[in-house]
Design a protein around this ligand. Structure first.
Ligand code: 3H9
Length: 701
């Protein structure tokens, strides 16, 4: 069946794009539109045509799934569709509602008239996918709205509500309510009043000093685009709308589009777009699983994590009770929350009155009685199994039936925690990242007995508190921390072999990481990793570790909070300053091991760190701890500062090529075998990696 429905209302033909969920302009829909248009043209009783979209969108744009496939270019391509519409000898009116984005807006701009309903989101968001509007958007939009507005929309990709276009030539009418009858009525008026076939391409871009403005835009955009080529190419495409005749401008735009769509940055952004949406899908938990109502929450523990978690609920308007056994700790925790809100208000990010509104939603208590009726309780106490045991036994005793019992553990066994209760089906892990009120990632740990509705409810709650929820199975460290342990081990080995903390950090930061491993460890607290390693030395005596981090901790250098770690810090400042004490410690340690330091290249540093992540990621995938490779990437993009333009570790490996990666791993293994305390086994490729390699596939295929 055609994805374009055709019907006639008197002398007006209505073409309804119908390709759920958002009427993406894929090949079948494009063909359907052109065929419907031909039918309307051939029918003498039709005097005008209205194009609209079924369901929740006019159109969300080109079908992103088709990119880099033959279907994307198959005729009729979007250019052809728009050309056919524009060249139609019968007026075509776009009836825009809900969402008109990317190719959807470009299609509307090819129509002779456009009617919009209020509240519709209008955007050219291509830049967010690392491309530019490639079906005339950069040439037509500046012809109907002020140049600054057009450029702003194209460079940021941000949506603008339809009513904001009042007084521009983008919409001929903006109507309240149902747009289709209004568009049909307008079409009749076009026919009776003989309003003709106006084309956007015939208009001129009007601006008093376009070149001056565009130069200013180039400078501004260059400064903020950082690792992404698309924003500047967007400016150049818009500049073409000013300096070139329409058809030339279209050619310039097309060239920019075709270049950008091939870039790794665009691939990474599209991967992130689909990866975020895929993360919400759990194969054995249907989308319509009934949810448990969440109207109130409780947090056990008023420390840094507990406070941050509570703020998430208050920010979303969900009342939350914060329980802490110690009065002083409780007051301190609540005081920090207040200060955080006051600082946010000072920066203008929330209104001053919001501070009190949010504080009013946070209720401190020292009594379990006050939390028993919460719909969800999140434990955020010390990361130690006996402490968790006490809390969960108590929660089991006091919480109402059906309450979700969540643990914010970052490494501990959620199944063991669940076993402390008589309702393991209600227990789940919710691993927030520090600072919990800021970081977007929420690793949701599904225990062996976690009920499906508990999982579905927690995923939904993640979205409500504006987190990206990603499901992990139970294993030590879950997805993110289990992988980061291998990354940290390599970072430590590289210090033993000859690198400095600064060199390692700088190399990976140059690749785009927010923070290298040593600065990150100093920020998070070196004692956290030390504590986990001490547990590991007992549980996994077979696992080798580089030992410099332990020696740093033995000196009480826990990082920023103690003024010293792998770096030193001036009081009250966060700048990491190289410290000769650390250099001496490292030198003495190398001597002890009998290592003659060698020079490591940035390339070796970067790839040892990333491939350590990937190899562990492959094991995690194979064991079913992660449901898909893109989930791992979403965790790293949103929780570990992995550079967005690289798309996450697993996509990085795919783009590097698994064959090339395994060769590098073999090189690293050979070197490790010759290094005192080295661990060549770290580079034994995961079976899944070898399997994919043999099949010529990538992790994301
Ligand atoms: C373009 O147009 C290029 C042209 O300039 C040139 C061509 C030559 N394609 O976000 P949601 C899916 S580039 C395919 O959860 P919401 C999405 O994956 C395009 N699929 O819903 C999801 O699928 P699933 C420029 C798409 O209501 C489902 O729709 N356009 C597309 O929160 C629901 O998505 C854009 O960049 C698409 N274009 O928000 C628009 N769009 O259910 C990007 C969505 O299987 N899209 N899907 O997971 C958006 O910003 C939002 O999706 C939108 C709806 C606002 C439309």
């Amino acid at each position: 069946m055609s994805q374009a429905r055709y019907e006639q209302q008197g002398e007006v033909a209505v073409i309804t794009m119908d390709n759920p969920p958002v009427n993406g302009l894929g090949f079948e829909l494009r063909r359907g539109i052109v065929e419907s248009l031909m039918r309307a043209k051939a029918d003498d009783s039709v005097k005008a045509v209205v194009i609209t979209g079924a369901g929740r969108a006019f159109s969300g744009g080109a079908d992103i799934r088709e990119f880099n496939t033959p279907k994307a270019l198959a005729e009729p391509n979007l250019h052809t569709v728009i050309r056919e519409i524009e060249a139609s000898n019968k007026p075509v009116i776009a009836a825009v509602h809900s969402v008109a984005m990317g190719g959807g807006l470009e299609l509307a701009l090819g129509c002779h008239f456009r009617i919009a309903s209020t509240g519709a989101q209008i955007a050219l968001p291509e830049v967010k996918l690392g491309i530019l509007p490639g079906a005339g958007g950069t040439q037509r939009l500046p012809r109907v709205v002020p140049l600054e507005m057009a450029l702003n929309m194209i460079v940021t990709g941000e949506p603008v509500k339809s009513e904001k276009f009042k007084g521009t030539r983008l919409f001929d009418e903006i109507v309240e309510g149902d747009v289709l009858p209004a568009a049909i009525a307008f079409a009749r008026k076009v026919v009776t009043d003989k309003l003709g076939l106006p084309k956007v391409r015939d208009l001129k871009v009007v601006h008093p000093n376009p070149q001056g403005y565009l130069q200013f835009a180039r400078n501004t955009v260059r400064a903020v685009a950082r690792n992404f080529p698309a924003p500047l190419r967007c400016v150049e495409a818009v500049a073409a709308s000013v300096s070139m005749p329409f058809e030339e401008g279209i050619k310039a735009e097309r060239a920019g589009f075709l270049d950008l769509v091939q870039t790794p940055e665009s691939r990474a952004l599209r991967h992130a777009f689909f990866g975020e949406r895929a993360a919400a899908k759990i194969p054995d938990v249907p989308a319509d699983t009934p949810l448990r109502p969440i109207e109130t929450a409780a947090v056990v523990g008023a420390g840094t994590m507990g406070g941050g978690i509570a703020m998430n609920f208050a920010n979303a308007g969900i009342p939350v009770t914060v329980l802490e056994a110690n009065k002083e700790a409780l007051d301190r925790g609540i005081g920090i929350i207040r200060r955080n809100y006051e600082n946010t208000a000072k920066k203008g990010r929330i209104k001053p009155e919001d501070v009190e509104k949010r504080m009013a939603l946070i209720r401190p208590t020292m009594s379990y009685d006050d939390i028993r009726n919460a719909d969800i309780v999140i434990e955020a106490v010390f990361e130690d199994m006996p402490v968790k045991e006490t809390v969960f036994k108590k929660l089991n005793e006091v919480m109402k039936a059906g309450a979700i019992l969540a643990s914010n553990t970052s490494t501990l066994d959620v199944d063991k925690i669940a076993a402390f209760t008589k309702r393991p089906q209600d227990v789940i892990g919710t691993h927030f990242f520090s600072p919990a009120n800021v970081m977007r990632l929420l690793e949701i740990v599904r225990g062996a007995k976690t009920a499906k509705d508990v999982l579905a409810t927690t995923m939904k709650l993640a979205a409500r508190i504006r987190k990206l929820g990603v499901v992990s199975g139970v294993c030590d460290g879950f997805i993110g921390n289990r992988m980061i342990e291998q990354y940290s081990r390599q970072a430590g080995y590289m210090l033993e072999e000859g690198a400095t903390p600064q060199q390692v950090d700088r190399a990976i930061e140059k690749l785009g990481f927010a923070m290298g491993p040593f600065r990150m460890s100093d920020l998070a607290g070196n004692d956290v990793g030390w504590y986990i390693r001490k547990r590991r030395y007992v549980e996994r005596p077979d696992m080798k570790y580089p030992k410099i981090a332990d020696k740093i901790c033995e000196l009480g250098r826990f990082g920023q909070k103690t003024g010293a770690g792998f770096y030193r810090y001036e009081p009250g400042k966060r700048d990491a300053i190289a410290d000769p004490v650390v250099d001496e410690l490292i030198a003495a340690h190398r001597k002890e091991l009998g290592i003659t330091p060698r020079k490591l290249t940035d390339d070796e540093i970067v790839h040892r760190l990333i491939f350590a992540l990937v190899n562990e990621g492959a094991k995690i995938l194979e064991e079913g701890i992660a449901m898909r490779a893109s989930d791992i990437d979403m965790i790293y993009l949103s929780g570990y500062g992995f550079p967005l333009h690289r798309g996450g570790p697993m996509l990085y490996a795919d783009m590097y090529g698994l064959y090339n990666m395994v060769n590098r791993m073999n090189e690293f293994a050979a070197r490790a075998a010759q290094t005192p305390n080295g661990d060549p086994s770290a580079w034994t490729p995961a079976p899944l990696l070898l399997k994919l390699l043999e099949q010529g596939k990538g992790f994301n295929d």
